[in-house]
Design a protein around this ligand. Sequence first.
Ligand SMILES: [Zn+2]
Ligand SMILES: [Zn+2]
Length: 152
Amino acid sequence: MPVEWKMHEHNRSDASEFIKSPKGGDMGQSVNQDDRHAGGCACGAIRFKTTGAPKFVANCHCRDCRRCTGAAFSTWVGFKDEQINWTRQRATYESSTGVTRGYCKDCGTPLTYQGEKWAGETHLLIGVFNDPDSFTPAGSVFDDEALPWAKP
Ligand SMILES: [Zn+2]
Ligand SMILES: [Zn+2]
């Protein structure tokens, strides 16, 4: 498992206690530069294309992701910045120090997470892909903050 994924703790510096082992399997994606995906926000103002396999796919149960997405938990698909091409700039919100979340200011769709700890990476919410069924989470983080009915 990539170290980067283990460190996908989103907001805290003392992440070690929150890190859980993945539920099995590898990261689920083979390295293949022909692996292309696309997606965008609900209104279509912002669209993107990705090239190559994601670095990780994981569920995050942290409170900040919950608040910023409005969903019970978030499934993130992590890419290096250079693997993603955007048609338009995202509006941004700094949800905590060093953490920038991107969204569409026209329709409000949450799109991305970028953190200082993962410099050079952009994590995309699985639901904004045209083909979300292409990705399978390999594990989860912040399980202790999960809603009772969503405990991994
Ligand atoms: Zn939009
Ligand atoms: Zn999170």
